[in-house]
Structures are given as structure tokens and as C-alpha cells.
Design a protein around this ligand. Structure first.
Ligand SMILES: [Zn+2]
Length: 72
């Protein structure tokens, strides 16, 4: 089942499921990067797919991308 996301639904989802806020005001599809504001104050861009499905709901500072193997 494909949910049809709108910018309003995404904003609601963001507020309910994360500490971040949605700054983008338009949604054109799953491949579009949306602008979010992290609870730490940083802005970050992510596709909604990543935000939703991959649980990437914070900025790269609060939730760094996967570190290369072997690094502490
Ligand atoms: Zn942050």
C-alpha cells in the first residue's frame, strides 16, 4: 500500500515522530530532499524516505552517518 504523503502529513509525522521540525513547504515526491531543523538548531536535508524508513531523523551532528569501519 502506498501512502500518499503531502507536505502537511509529513510535517505532522515529523512533529509526532521526531524532535526535528520540517522547514520545507512543498513536497514533490520521494526523491526530493526536504529541509528539516534538528532539535539542536542545525538545519539538515534528507529525503523523506530516509527520514521515515531509515530512521534518519536528526542532523549529521546528532546522528552521524555510518562511520567507516574501524574508526572509533
Ligand atoms: Zn542536531
Amino acid at each position: 500500500m502506498n501512502k500518499r504523503w503531502t507536505i502537511d502529513k509529513i510535517r505532522e509525522f515529523t512533529e509526532k515522530n521526531s524532535d526535528s521540525k520540517l522547514l520545507s513547504t512543498e513536497y514533490h515526491g520521494f526523491s526530493q530532499k526536504l529541509l528539516f531543523k534538528c532539535s539542536c538548531g542545525n538545519n539538515f536535508e534528507k529525503t523523506f524516505t530516509k527520514f521515515n524508513k531509515s530512521n534518519q531523523r536528526k542532523c549529521d551532528t546528532c546522528q552521524p552517518p555510518k562511520a567507516p569501519r574501524g574508526e572509533a
